[in-house]
Design a protein around this ligand. Structure first.
Ligand SMILES: C[S@@+](CC[C@H](N)C(=O)[O-])C[C@H]1O[C@@H](n2cnc3c(N)ncnc32)[C@H](O)[C@@H]1O
Length: 217
């Protein structure tokens, strides 16, 4: 059972896809950044991992702890921006289903719903910081795993991971319904879609990827 307070985004298709493709081994140290209501964090803890889950929203941090208790596990939930709550700590797995909806300047907001979706002008605002910080927070042989809308660019993602010293690979891909808020900013998204993943006309679907960047052992 999971509690979903009003201020915290309920799980969406991307959340479930993310959880289904997180391979966690018992005893591993796992960090989930932007954990929301804690679904992935709780599942990782149930799989035997020692989990730190962060979010920038105080209501999320509170409900992560509640949802962990409801489900009989312990998750260390911490409040803060990106890696700030984990200072110099290192993990076997760093994972995130980060906000990544490209956001034109006239749609920037700071409320909870916007925090869950908006990813800066090109969608990469938080993902860039997660990728850049990964080397400092992964144990040798550790991996970074994140979801990505294909319109942000698989080749772009691989180049960013390689530049950060991580070996990129695709863990999974699936087709999801085109997100409602993406219709509102379709021309902005098309302008960023250098790999032509968005079909012409009124798109009904979007491809979603789970991408891994592995640190050498
Ligand atoms: C797309 S939601 C994903 C929530 C959950 N992990 C899931 O898959 O359903 C993104 C989450 O990131 C959080 N968030 C946004 N900006 C953040 C930041 N700078 N640092 C940490 N968390 C952030 C939001 O509050 C939200 O809970």
């Amino acid at each position: 059972m999971f509690r979903v307070p009003d201020a915290v985004q309920p799980p969406k298709a991307g959340s479930l896809f993310f959880c289904q493709n997180l391979a966690v081994r018992p005893g591993e140290r796992v960090l989930e950044i932007g954990a929301g209501l804690g679904l992935a964090a709780v599942l990782a803890a149930q799989a035997g991992a020692r989990v730190v889950a962060t979010d920038i929203l105080p209501e999320a941090v509170a409900v992560i702890q509640t949802n962990a208790s409801f489900n009989g596990v312990v998750v260390d939930a911490r409040l803060g921006d990106c890696y700030a709550p984990v200072a110099d700590e290192r993990f076997d797995l760093v994972c995130t289903n980060a906000p990544q909806m490209p956001t034109p300047a006239d749609r920037v907001r700071r409320d909870a719903a916007a925090l869950a979706d908006n990813g800066g002008a090109d969608g990469w605002e938080m993902l860039d910081r997660v990728i850049e910080g990964a080397r400092h927070h992964l144990l040798p042989g550790g991996r970074l795993v994140f979801t990505l809308f294909a319109f942000l660019g698989q080749k772009t993602a691989f180049a960013k991971l390689e530049a950060a010293g991580l070996a990129p690979s695709i863990v999974a891909r699936e087709v999801e319904s085109f997100p409602r808020i993406a219709y509102e900013r379709l021309e902005h998204i098309r302008a960023l879609d250098t790999e032509a993943s968005v079909p012409a006309g009124q798109p009904e679907t979007v491809e979603r990827l789970v991408i891994q960047g592995a640190l050498p052992a």
